[in-house]
Write a protein that binds this ligand. Structure first.
Ligand SMILES: *Cc1c(COP(=O)(O)O)cnc(C)c1O
Length: 393
């Protein structure tokens, strides 16, 4: 018998309800709105990659439990990708681990590396799963708030330094950053690396948007900085890079002891996943540079299409340098409650967006911020922009 006095959901998870994406996607469905909330493309990735998955499935590759660390072809392809693009050399057998998306990589890394009571410093607004995973690991999250500065969001390095205490175990970094679209600069990354070395911190860095950077911004993995290779777990994912978010193929790269630690947690979460898709992603990672360049160019155009629409509708727009999200501010409409705004938006103009306020510990920070995704077909973005114009009148 369960005691009615005791809640079913344990204390670690008590503060977490249904994710905002479930709520807003249901709202989009119910109202027939254009869903610019959750970030998933409405066009599948490259046809040859899809065909590679079909072939693997038909040929019986990956239909039974693949090896725990991932299929050798994918581990080799991940290692080759890291070396080709960043000059980072990893042993595919001991320094690469395939996971059920970046989501499992984040969970396994935190469960493996955080001791109850350890502090984990992470950027706020947080990516959806960070706070819950830190909580499940028994850690204490310490936010460092990215703040609007000259039209985009920036990190305050002094705030970051001040957030580190003797109890800090780990920095959880995300660049390019969801939801703000901030791409950390070489100078910022240098400072983060120096701090990690000086305070002897582990670093988990979520780089799932590594290929989605625009304009002059450049993605530089933290693991490439002095002293970082041996203390950094780098997370990548096929979902965002190849527009197959449903496949849930992710990976970590790190030194042997870190990979071994994360694997210990990972093997009791899913053990393995996505067998045939692993073979397909191995092929995808070997696509020529023209794929990655074309994808980036296409997304930048979409960013500008939606960004122009949002500005015309009256939003204050923070220009993202990466990811597929635009964060806006609704203060110009004389409104300041993003959550209420997002709940009313389908009724007002048939568009669904996400209130960033749910990604902050401090409910006042980000209260008036609303996030839109632009990883949708051009005509969908154009239609959304037309509908949002109603807000201007
Ligand atoms: C989408 C996303 C993830 C999750 O990636 P999956 O591979 O789909 O699990 C992790 N981190 C960030 C910042 C994301 O935007």
């Amino acid at each position: 018998m369960t005691s009615s006095a005791r809640p079913l959901l344990n204390r670690r998870l008590a503060e977490f309800g249904t994710t905002i994406f479930a709520e807003m996607s249901a709202l989009a469905l119910r109202t027939g709105s254009i869903n610019l909330g959750q970030g998933f493309p409405d066009t599948d990735g490259p046809e040859e990659v899809r065909e590679a998955a079909v072939r693997a499935l038909r040929d019986g590759r990956g239909n039974q439990y693949p090896p725990g660390p991932g299929v050798p072809e994918l581990r080799a392809a991940v290692a080759a990708h890291q070396e080709r693009r960043y000059g980072l050399v990893h042993d595919p057998d001991t320094e690469v681990l395939v996971t059920a998306g970046a989501t499992e990589a984040i969970a396994a890394a935190l469960l493996a590396l955080v001791e109850p009571g350890d502090e984990v410093v992470a950027f706020e607004p947080y990516y959806d799963s960070y706070a819950a995973c830190i909580a499940m690991a028994g850690g204490t999250r310490v936010p460092v708030t990215l703040r609007p500065h000259e039209g985009s969001f920036r990190l305050d390095l002094d705030e970051l330094r001040a957030a580190v205490t003797d109890r800090t175990r780990l920095l959880l970094i995300n660049t390019p950053h969801n939801p703000t679209g901030t791409v950390l600069t070489r100078a910022e990354l240098t400072a983060i690396a120096e701090l990690a070395v000086e305070r002897d911190l582990l670093v988990v860095t979520d780089e799932v948007y590594e290929h989605l950077v625009f304009d002059e911004a450049e993605h530089i993995p933290l693991a490439t900085f002095p002293g970082m290779r041996e203390r950094t777990v780098t997370i990548g994912s096929a979902g965002k890079t190849f527009s197959f978010t449903g496949w849930k193929v992710g990976w970590i790269t790190a030194n042997g002891p870190l990979v071994s630690a994360v694997r210990t947690a990972k093997q009791y979460l899913t053990y393995v996943s996505a067998g045939p898709f692993q073979y397909a992603v191995a092929e995808a990672l070997q696509l020529p540079d023209s794929y990655f360049d074309g994808f980036r160019t296409d997304l930048r155009r979409k960013r500008d299409l939606l960004g122009d629409g949002l500005r015309a509708a009256g939003f204050e727009v923070y220009q993202p340098q990466g990811t597929y999200f635009i964060t806006t501010d609704i203060t110009p409409f004389g409104e300041k409650d993003a959550y209420a705004f997002c709940r009313a938006l389908p009724e007002r103009c048939g568009v669904v967006a996400i209130p960033n306020s749910v990604f902050y510990d401090d409910p006042d920070a980000g209260r008036s911020q609303v996030r839109f995704t632009f990883c949708k077909k051009d005509d969908v973005l154009q239609e959304a922009a037309d509908r949002l114009r109603r807000l201007a009148s």
